[in-house]
Structure formats: C-alpha cells, structure tokens
Design a protein around this ligand. Structure first.
Ligand code: NAD
Length: 482
C-alpha cells in the first residue's frame, strides 16, 4: 500500500462523505496491486452535490464577491497544491502510472491554472452600447450558476484545475465528477478549496461510475453548464443529455494529431519533440503527436532516429523515476494497455511495419513498449486514436499531400509543421484543420493560449482568455432615460 490512506471519501457541501454506491478499488498500474479504496457516489449523492452547489450560487456567497476576492481564493488553491507537491505527485504516480517527475510537472501545471485564472477574475468586463441620448445601455457577464465537470484519468489533477479555476474565477459553483481509475489526487482539490476559504458548496468533488453518477450529473436539471474531457462516444452521450436540458457544453474529445516534417527541418530538435509528443504520459495525451508525416527525402533517416529514441527509453514503475530523464511509466490500466496493443496487432495485420516496440513488458503492471510503426494513410491506425505510446509514421511527396494526410481524420485538435521556411509553415498553419498549430515546437504555448478542437475533437475552448466565455452568459441592460 506504500503508506497511502486505505480509504478516500467524497467532498460534498463542505464535508467528507461516504458514497451511496459503496466503494471502488483503485489499482497501482505500476504493479497491478490494489492501492486504496474510493467512495463511490450514487444518484442521490449527485443530487446532494448539485443542491449544495445551487444553494451556494443562489446565496451569492461566491458570485456576489468582488472579483479580486474570488481571484485571490482561486490563486490560493494553486499555492496549496504547490505546498503539498511531493505528497500529491507521489499519489498521482501511484494511481496513474506516470513517472514521478512527470507527476510533479502535472501538479505545477494544475497550480498554474489557478494562478492564471485567479488573475483573470478581474478582467471579465462588459461594454456600453451607444443607443442615442434617450438610453443608457450596457452588458454584464454573469456566471451560469452550477458547472458540472466530468474529468478523465490521464491528467486527473490538471484537467480538474483547468475547468475549475476558470469556473470559480467567474463565480460558478462546481460539481466535479472524478475518473474511476484515478480519483484519489482530486481529494487535494477539495482540501485546497477548503484551505483557500471558498464558501461551502462552491466546490464538490465526487467519484462515481460514468454510466451512473456521470450520466446523472450530465442529465441533472439543476446543472447549468457542463465541461467534459474524454472519449467521443461519452462526449456524444453527455452533449445529448445536455441538449435535453438546453445546457451548453465544452467538449474536448481527443485527437489523432500530426506533425508534418519537411526536409529542411532541424531533425535534432525534432527528436526532442517526438520524445515529449508521443512518449510523455505514455502517449495518453489528447494532443499527443500520434502521427509524423515525413518528407520522402528524410523519411528513412527520421524513422531510424525515432526508433533509436523510442528504444532508448527506460520503461518501469513511475515511482522509481524521481528525476527527469529518458524514462516512461505504466499506462493507466491493463485494459487501456491491452486496447493499445490490440490496435498495434490490427495495424500489423493491415500491413503496417512495427519498427520498434509493440509488445507488453513481461512483468506485472500496465506496461507497453514505446512503439513506432510505419503506416500508410489507408490504414485504420492512421485515423484512429490509440491513446498510448504508439507513433505512426507516414511519408509525403508534396506539401499538398502532407496537408491532405494530416487532415484525413475526423479529429482536429492540434497539428504541427517543422521547417525553416516561414512561408511554407504559414501556409500549412492556415490549411491544417485543427484548433491549435505548433510551428517548430510541439506543445509550444501554455495556459495562456486557447486550446480546443475542430471536428470530432469537440467544441468550445479551454485555456487562455477564450475559456472564460464558457462560464459566463451575457446580459444586456437597457435603461430608458426620461
Ligand atoms: P471516457 O470518456 O468513457 O471517460 C471519461 C470520463 O467520463 C470518466 O470520468 C467517466 O466516468 C465519465 N463517463 C463515462 N461514461 C459516462 C456517461 N455516460 N455520462 C457521463 N460521464 C461518463 O473515457 P475512458 O473509457 O476512460 O477512455 C476511453 C478512451 O477515451 C481512451 O482510450 C481515449 O481514447 C479517450 N480518452 C481521451 C481523453 C482526452 O484527454 N481526450 C482522456 C481520457 C480518455
């Protein structure tokens, strides 16, 4: 058990509570052994959490505050996370599988959201609309009320921080539904809210089964706005439930994002992009660089170099990887690992070449070797998300063909182009069907830059100032002067 508390409760209406649906066992994917138990919410728990959030909203305890006061509390939540970084990172590694050094980056990333949106709280201003001498007209932005946020298991702390920080900064009371596989670190979000002095009911954190608590939350008539990150089928189910209540959603549903690499690209630098792009968090990243589309002039050299990089990564339990380095942890679960491995076998059957990796490790835990495939655009693996450490490399002959291959998926989350030719990069950036384009550095940008999907990658924008508009509605006030 590695000194992790044996049992973790839900946080509803400012108190720790058991779950009406009992408990769920959380597994350490680095060993395959049980880690702890988590309270499991049922529909009645969801009702209680929504009622608490609604009462908080209607009392004005959060929404009537001067924005600077809300902003300070949001920032204090981030500082709380940083003050407990070692404890949180360790727990995150044990429940999620990522290396300890990556878990620390996630905690810092989560804290950064609270810092950024805490700062933004004061910037949400309306405008006055000129209507001539007889009127005074102005707009205000009001919080929706109760924001429901359904969180995925790949970055449980950071994804909660991303939506919660913006929602609280704009004055919404929130109900967080944590993922069944990695619910534990979200307890620190509740502790941070309490330590920061947020009013009772402003933050509720519960774990429950997606089909039960998740479905009940997304269909709840007391919810005014929904944020979801996860798979396309679940996103469709949530958007359907939201539509029945005429409630807006933000959906972030993954991708099959491509880096186009021209023959004049700096290949030494690009290898570092590959390392972060597809092997970080064992590839379980919605904006992973899951495809490389390489110029035919450098394709073979690049495949060799990428295969060398993949083979050089040391794979093992994240808890044994405290220092930044060429390491990779477990995937989140054996089921996710087996799914990814199954996609590699299916690609092989379709004619893909496994250049390196592709096998489970012969040890307990959810490990898959860093994998590089050579594929063609007609193969299923060139279009479908693996959500694992599996890179598909394709070849192009012309700029047009590169863009056509990159755009040939239903997704459209991010894309990249690697070249020293600025005109070429700019043309590609215009033509790539994606919400964010990286030129010469995968993941260039930050909390400040808007992020979100085209196509089946979803709608709405997270991060940046754009995200604030997910959480407020505009009211126009027109005054007739007599
Ligand atoms: P999922 O989409 O089913 O689960 C994500 C969250 O949604 C969890 O909290 C889950 O409890 C909840 N949920 C599930 N069914 C629900 C429902 N009917 N109503 C409301 N909430 C519900 O994802 P998964 O099954 O854990 O993973 C499957 C695939 O999803 C992965 O292989 C990957 O392709 C994709 N995924 C993408 C991201 C991303 O960041 N885009 C994150 C996680 C998973």
């Amino acid at each position: 058990m590695r000194d992790v508390a044996a049992y973790w409760q839900n946080w509803i209406d400012g108190g720790w509570v058991d779950g009406g649906a009992g408990r769920i066992s959380v597994t350490d994917p680095g060993t395959g052994a049980p880690l702890a138990e988590q309270a499991l919410a049922d529909v009645a728990d969801v009702d209680r959490a929504v009622a608490a959030a609604r009462a908080c909203h209607e009392s004005g305890a959060l929404s009537d505050l001067r924005p600077v006061e809300r902003g300070r509390m949001v920032q204090a939540m981030g500082r709380y996370l940083l003050d407990h970084i070692s404890e949180i990172a360790r727990l995150l590694t044990l429940e999620q599988g990522k290396p300890l050094w990556e878990a620390e980056i996630e905690v810092r990333g989560a804290a950064r959201y609270f810092e950024y949106y805490g700062n933004q709280a004061e910037t949400v201003e309306g405008r006055s609309v000129p209507l001539g001498a007889g009127y005074f007209d102005f707009t205000t932005h009001e919080p929706y009320g109760v924001s429901a946020q359904i969180i995925p298991w790949n970055y449980p702390l950071e994804m909660t921080a991303r939506s919660l920080s913006a929602a609280l900064a704009t004055g919404n009371a929130c109900v967080i539904k944590t993922p069944e596989l990695t619910p534990l670190t979200n307890a620190f979000i509740a502790r941070a809210a309490e330590a920061a002095g947020l009013p009772k009911g402003a933050v509720n954190v519960l774990c429950g089964l997606g089909a039960e608590a998740g479905a009940a939350l997304s269909a709840h008539p007391g919810v005014n706005q929904i944020v979801f990150t996860g798979s396309v089928p679940t996103g469709i189910a949530i958007a359907t439930a939201a539509a029945k209540n005429v409630v807006p959603c933000v959906l972030e549903l993954g991708g099959k994002s491509a880096a186009i690499v021209h023959d004049d690209a700096d290949l030494d630098a690009f290898l570092s992009d590959v390392r972060w792009g597809i092997f970080y968090n064992a590839g379980q990243v919605c904006s992973a660089m899951s495809r490389v589309i390489a110029s035919e002039r450098i394709h073979d050299e690049l495949v060799d170099r990428i295969a060398g990089l993949a083979a050089s990564l040391k794979v093992g339990p994240g808890i044994d990887q405290p220092e930044f380095g060429p390491t990779m942890g477990a995937m989140v679960s054996e089921a996710q690992r087996d799914r990814a491995e199954g996609m590699v076998r299916a690609a092989e059957a379709e004619g893909a070449t496994v250049v390196t990796g592709g096998r489970k490790l012969n040890r307990p835990g959810a490990f898959l070797e860093p994998t590089v495939l050579q594929v063609t655009p007609d193969m299923a693996i060139a279009r479908n998300e693996v959500f694992g450490p599996v890179l598909s490399v394709l070849k192009f002959r012309s700029d047009e063909e590169a863009i056509a291959i990159a755009n040939a998926t239903d997704y459209g989350l991010v894309g990249g182009v690697f070249t020293r030719d600025l005109d070429r990069a700019t043309r590609a950036a215009r033509k790539l069907r994606a919400g964010q384009v990286f030129v010469n550095e995968w993941y260039a940008g930050g909390v400040e830059t808007p992020f979100g999907g085209y196509g089946k990658s979803g709608y709405g924008r997270e991060k940046g100032r754009e995200a604030l508009w997910n959480y407020v509605q505009t009211k126009n006030i027109a005054i007739r002067l007599r």
